[in-house]
Write a protein that binds this ligand. Structure first.
Ligand code: ADP
Ligand code: ASP
Ligand code: MG
Length: 463
């Protein structure tokens, strides 16, 4: 079971978490609990380190005070025995002092490397697992707080590390087996791992879902339950579309598409390990624990009640890069070089379209990567530009990728037609389209100003 930041972010919420664990344990005695840091803390930790590198220690001072206050409140709500509370508090203070030392070192160096940021940013998870374990112990449920740095072995790609599964299997199985044998609940940090040298890494923002999936596969788990603050995976982001409804059942592929194209409810990499192991995933609401949430498995169902699509999602803050020129026609390897240049900057490319004449290639990148990508393209294609084979490399304004998810789109007549009619009826101008590589989704690019209307128009096809 994995709990997100809001689920552990306040005394009433974390009491609810303990209640869920307590009620689940009799049926599932071998249980691993994975937790994210309390809501908002990861952002604050990152900001405090970045600002410290720039010589500003004020955010650090504020974060330090907030960390102490919020965790002391949680601990006070869960552990009434003063001696027990004092013991845990001393442990938390040691970790908090470690953070303070790191940030001060960053301030002295004037630089926050990805490696240093990963060492700083895992503090929230390290603190909360100790609070949860103490809360369980106070209820006389044996529990052990565990830092995933001793369980999940990753590569050294700081801030977006990839787990090394064979090494992780060995470590996770060995340690968690002893926890199970002792009859304890394992309470493990989400988000963090360590490379083969033991240096802390993180699995990318929102990565606690991924941590749960990795551990589930390592332990050959029966199910993974993601406890969050909404009633499951919904037909749209409920903050964007008030009419959004919970989808009771989804296939791995549909959820993977939704997560990849911006539905924050699951980290995009969560699905891959569980698919391979055939582990069922559930998304449930901590604050509404009797709601059935969303069941995610191999099974792909048609949309309910004859709807055209199942869900719609969006990625904001992207730009479209267009590389065009008559000389691109049929020149071997141009696309490879273009994408190679983009890859050299580390930018991800969520969407690509190519005109059939091969005279232009258009793709999306995160807006913040735009300057670096344009520079890399101009450098890599300098020869073609000079010879006049490429005459335009340009970036659009900020745009949005909107993705509609619908099973077996390719085999269903009229789905794309209905989508484009709906957009036409709402006077939305579609800037680019990508469809075909995935049988379960179609992605469209629209201007930022059209986001809300596009979501509304497409969501009407989901109900
Ligand atoms: P947690 O801290 O529990 O991991 P997140 O904030 O990462 O929670 O993810 C849950 C949030 O994802 C929800 O509160 C909701 O606002 C947002 N969200 C975006 N798209 C969807 C969707 N399609 N279904 C459900 N929630 C979504
Ligand atoms: N606390 C981490 C983050 O905010 C991981 C997570 O929430 O899943 O990114
Ligand atoms: Mg999350």
């Amino acid at each position: 079971m994995k709990f997100g930041g809001t689920s552990v972010g306040s005394p009433p919420a974390i009491r609810q978490v303990l209640e869920i664990i307590t009620k689940t344990r009799p049926d599932w005695p071998q249980m691993v609990v994975v937790s994210s840091a309390i809501y908002g803390l990861t952002d604050a930790l990152l900001e405090s380190a970045r600002q410290a590198a720039a010589g500003n220690l004020e955010p650090f001072q504020k974060t330090l005070a907030a960390i102490k206050e919020r965790h002391a409140d949680l601990l006070a709500a869960l552990v009434s025995n003063p001696d027990e509370r004092q013991q845990v508090w001393a442990e938390l203070l040691t970790l908090i002092n470690g953070y303070a030392n790191l940030v001060q070192a960053i301030a002295v160096l004037g630089e926050a490397t990805p490696r240093a940021l990963d060492a700083v940013v895992g503090l929230g998870e390290r603190l909360i697992v100790r609070v949860i374990a103490a809360g369980l112990q106070a209820r006389r449920i044996p529990a052990r707080a565990i830092d995933a740095t001793g369980l999940i072995v990753s590569d050294s790609h700081f801030q977006a590390a990839v787990p090394l599964m064979p090494e992780t299997f060995i470590k996770a199985q060995a340690l968690l087996e002893t926890v199970f044998q002792a009859g304890e609940v394992a309470v493990v940090t989400g988000f963090i791992a360590a490379n083969q040298q033991g240096i802390p890494t993180t699995l990318g923002r929102g990565g606690s879902d991924y941590s749960a999936a990795i551990l589930a596969v390592a332990l050959n788990a029966v199910e993974v339950w993601i406890w969050t603050d909404v009633d499951g995976v919904m037909s749209a982001d409920p903050r964007l579309e008030p009419e959004a409804r919970t989808i009771s059942e989804l296939s791995y592929r549909e959820v993977a598409e939704l997560a990849y194209f911006g539905a924050k409810v699951l980290h995009p990499r969560t699905i891959q390990p569980v698919v391979e192991a055939g582990i069922t995933l559930r998304v449930l609401n901590t604050f509404h624990p009797h709601h059935k949430g969303t069941l995610i498995s191999e099974r792909m169902l048609d949309p309910e009640n004859g709807a055209v699509i199942k869900a719609v999602t969006a990625i904001r803050g992207v730009q479209l890069i267009t590389v065009a020129g008559r000389g691109m026609l049929g020149v071997p390897g141009v696309a490879a070089r273009i994408l190679g240049a983009v890859a050299s900057t580390g930018a991800t490319v969520p969407l690509i379209t190519e005109a059939s004449s091969e005279q232009s290639l258009c793709f999306a990148i995160p807006s913040e990567a735009s300057t670096a990508v344009l520079a890399a393209l101009n450098e890599s294609l300098a020869g073609e530009i000079e010879r006049g084979n490429i005459d335009c490399i340009s970036a659009s304004e900020d745009v949005v990728i909107v993705t509609a998810v619908c099973p077996q789109m390719r085999h269903k007549l009229g789905v794309a037609g209905k989508i484009f009619s709906a957009l036409g009826d709402s006077a939305i101008n579609v800037l680019a389209i990508a469809h075909g590589s995935s049988d379960v989704s179609i992605s469209l690019v629209v201007s930022q100003a059209d986001l809300q209307t596009t979501i509304k128009a497409l969501h009407a096809l989901a109900s």
